[in-house]
Design a protein. Sequence first.
Length: 203
Amino acid sequence: MKIICIGLNYMDHIREMNNPIPEVPVFFLKPDSSIIRNNKPFFYPEFTNDLHYELEVVLKINRLGRNISEKFAHRYFSEIGLGIDFTARDLQRLCKEKGMPWEMSKAFDGAAPISEFVSKGKFNDLGNIRFRLEKNDAIVQKGTTSDLVFKFDSIISYVSRFITLRTGDLIFTGTPVGVGPVQIGDRLKAYLEDELMLDFFIK
Ligand code: ZN
């Protein structure tokens, strides 16, 4: 399986990163070796001094598809969850400055903790799902999918023009404003609406 991540997909986050608004979805990949499940701890890597959390709503692809039209995109996922797109911001900055790919800053081991997945039928409106991240019990990120620049259907349609989607693939849909650093000893808790989905420590 593969993980596809959308960058720069919430206006306030685009502003905090001082980036222009993308005209089409920006995406990159993480390997399956970046996944952490079951709230296992995340071990702070030695190659960065500026590790950032990015909380994101994650779609789980449930059938094979390519060149999917926006109209039918909703048929390609039935469950959603939450994930952290851990980013070594110092390495990412270096990669960006040199115009190089930024995988080393986002695709490393453990860079994608994910929650359990829940049926999308649980939500009245997929276009307005609230989610939030708490660091040591203080809210640091608060988002709603109504603020997405590119909505779920448009992401699936666009990405599938380039990459075949397979059952079990995950799509991280972008992070809202409020990204910031973590330190060893921090505890991260993430909620989808009011349900606790992620709860783990940085070690
Ligand atoms: Zn991200």
